[in-house]
Design a binder for this molecule. Structure first.
Ligand code: GUN
Length: 276
């Protein structure tokens, strides 16, 4: 197989999802509905600035509205909660995204619980986490939902296959494992305390590298012919690429999918809130 055929092209699938969202947004516009995404950024973390900027730009490209609320790094819990309450109550706002990580003085779990589940386009509210767990998903976390779209649209079968997720974060690893399970894969979750990680990951027919640690996955971790999805931090190298049958590139793999799914979630929230 040529290198081009082996690439799992997240950018291409993300573009297809964005085009579908844009078409649906145009249909809504005919009914005078324009979905709106509000992002909340506390402090000036440069990486978070980049993410929030690209969310705002993509919203505009797809015909949606967006607002970014910037709060100082020293913001208190009650001040952030007051903003979330205001966005919850604002009928113009369809999606609320509180950019993580939050500064240390803030209670992240309490903030995520405060967001109206119907506007929780990150899928981080305990209600949405629980619904996903029960396989009655409402709004799903964007990165694992994007990876599921990628695997499906690229024709990667999951039923009955061995999937290994490296990483157990609430944002990626845990929801990823649940989604793969619901797609009938046999799922193993590995993490920093897993003994003989390579022995476990070499069993994977589909390997999701989402540990947030660079260079955790090397060639000894990948079985010949495996499908490898690299969630960004790893930059799985050329040697691993040589063994995998299909692999996501970095950049151009998972990153664009996350934002495309955020747009899809905002559209879904806008429709569901209006019973459309
Ligand atoms: N920080 C890193 N990933 C994410 C994400 O998916 N959503 C939010 N809100 N913050 C993040």
């Amino acid at each position: 197989m040529s290198d081009d055929q082996r690439i799992l092209d997240g950018s291409r699938v993300a573009a297809a999802i964005r085009a579908e969202v844009a078409a649906a947004v145009a249909e809504l516009a005919a009914r005078a509905v324009v979905p709106r995404l509000d992002a909340v950024l506390v402090g000036g973390d440069p990486a978070s600035e980049v993410y929030v900027g690209s969310k705002a730009r993509t919203s505009a490209e797809l015909g949606m509205r967006s607002e970014t609320h910037r709060l100082p790094a020293a913001t208190r819990q009650d001040e952030l909660e007051a903003l979330v309450d205001r966005l919850n109550a604002d009928p113009e706002v369809d999606g609320i995204l509180v950019q993580l990580p939050l500064p240390r003085q803030l209670d992240t779990a309490a903030i995520l619980r405060r967001v109206d589940p119907a506007k929780d386009v990150d899928g981080f509210h305990p209600m949405n986490v629980g619904l996903l767990q029960q396989n009655r998903p409402a709004l799903r976390p964007c990165t694992p939902a994007g990876i599921m779209e990628l695997l499906e649209r690229e024709g990667i079968a999951l039923a009955g296959r061995r999937a290994v997720v490296v990483g157990r974060s609430d944002i990626v690893g845990k929801p990823m494992a649940v989604m793969l399970l619901h797609a009938h894969a046999t799922v193993t979750i590995c993490h920093s305390r897993t003994r003989d990680l390579a022995a476990v990951t070499r069993e994977a027919e589909v390997l999701i590298a989402a540990a947030g640690v660079c260079a955790l996955i090397g060639p000894e971790h990948v079985a010949e012919g495996a499908v490898v999805v690299d969630v960004g931090m790893h930059r799985v190298g050329d040697r691993e690429t040589a063994k995998a049958s299909r692999i996501t590139p970095v950049p151009g793999g998972v990153g664009p999918l996350t934002i495309a799914m955020l747009m899809a979630n905002t559209l879904a929230a806008a429709k569901a809130r209006r019973d459309l």
